[in-house]
Each structure stands twice: as structure tokens, then as C-alpha cells.
Design a binder for this molecule. Structure first.
Ligand code: IMP
Ligand code: MG
Length: 180
């Protein structure tokens, strides 16, 4: 797998440090509530979600939602569809959406609109990565790990055609790997 990488963008150590910082900020900001619900956006959130949850020193619950985004391609279709809804009724809950990466912003624009209608007490977004150059839909990111350049990245939950999610770092894939 290492041979498919053009370079490592964010090391496992850098990720761990940033996750601890985010966990501390979230713990401070939500210190008054025993009502926090982390909503992970499958499947890319998986590694970030479990590490972040352990870095938050508050009582919390977790749930997951799945939406269709890219399929095997590296370009967004612009069409967002819900594949798996939450198990939890979020009315009156403090909801923090946990995402791997914000690219066009279309996924989160759709998700926040859907979840806002269910009357949560609050709704915020925590994303590990952000590609600001690619934004189409405006999204306010409350907690962000790293801004990254407009390159296709994999690892730490992020995939290309379902591969590379288990890499402990974030790497830039060699273009020939996805250009074929
Ligand atoms: P958006 O709707 O364009 O913001 O896309 C968000 C989703 O696209 C993310 O949750 C990822 O699943 C996927 N995505 C966007 N950029 C990348 C990337 O560089 N590597 C892997 N997946 C990506
Ligand atoms: Mg995703």
C-alpha cells in the first residue's frame, strides 16, 4: 500500500496530537451538557470517530448515518442520498456531526438541512480534513483538524474504492493509481 502513495501528508503522530486538541476543546465547549450525541458519517469517519470519542471527557452517546457520495470515483456526483438513517431521536439533543473530510460541501449541506428539521438543541460539525478550494455549498465547520490542498487523499478512514482506510496516516495517492 505504501507504494501507491505519492507522499505522506499527515502522520499518525500529527493526527493523534490534533485529535487530543479537538477532544479538549469539545470537552470544554460542551462542559455543561450530559446530552452530547456524536453522529459519525459512515464509513470515512470510523477511525476519527472512535479516537475523538475517547478524547472527549464528557458523557456522550454515539450514532451513525450513511450517505452515498462518490462511489468508486474521485469526483462528487453532486447527488446525495441517505443510505442509513440514525437510530436516535435527536430532538433536544446536542448533536455533533463527525466527518472525515469536507470537499464540495454538498454532503454536509444536505445532512445539516435534514438533521436541523428534527429540532436538535444544537447542531455543529467536526471534520478531520477540509479542502477549502473545492467548496460549492457553504458549510460552517465548528471544529476542524486540518485544511489540506486540493489533492485526493486516503488513509485513517478515507478510501479510494474501499481501499486504504486502514492506513494509520493520511497520504496523497499517486494519480496513476486512480487514473488507471
Ligand atoms: P463533499 O460532499 O464533496 O463535501 O464530499 C464529502 C465526501 O467525499 C467525504 O465524506 C469523503 O467520503 C469523500 N471525499 C472527498 N474528498 C476525498 C478525498 O480526498 N479522499 C477520499 N474521500 C474523499
Ligand atoms: Mg465520507
Amino acid at each position: 500500500m505504501r507504494n501507491d502513495m505519492a507522499r505522506i501528508l499527515i502522520s499518525a503522530e500529527q493526527i493523534a496530537t490534533r485529535v487530543r486538541e479537538l477532544g479538549a476543546r469539545i470537552s470544554a465547549d460542551y462542559g455543561d451538557t450530559d446530552n452530547l450525541l456524536l453522529v459519525g458519517v459512515l464509513k470515512g469517519c470510523a477511525m476519527f470517530m472512535v479516537d475523538l470519542a475517547r478524547a472527549i471527557e464528557l458523557p456522550l452517546a454515539i450514532d451513525f448515518i450513511a450517505v452515498a457520495s462518490y462511489g468508486a470515483s474521485t469526483e462528487s456526483s453532486g447527488v446525495v442520498r441517505m443510505l442509513k438513517d440514525l437510530d436516535t431521536d435527536i430532538a433536544g439533543r446536542h448533536v455533533l456531526i463527525v466527518e472525515d473530510i469536507i470537499d464540495s460541501g454538498l454532503t454536509l449541506a444536505y445532512l445539516t438541512a435534514q438533521l436541523q428539521r428534527r429540532n436538535p438543541a444544537s447542531l455543529r460539525i467536526c471534520s478531520l480534513l477540509n479542502k477549502p478550494e473545492r467548496r460549492i455549498a457553504e458549510v460552517v465547520v465548528d471544529y476542524l483538524g486540518f485544511d489540506i490542498p486540493n489533492e485526493f487523499v486516503v488513509g485513517y478512514g478515507l478510501d479510494h474504492a474501499e481501499r486504504y482506510r486502514n492506513l494509520p496516516y493520511i497520504g496523497v495517492l499517486k494519480p496513476e493509481v486512480y487514473m488507471g
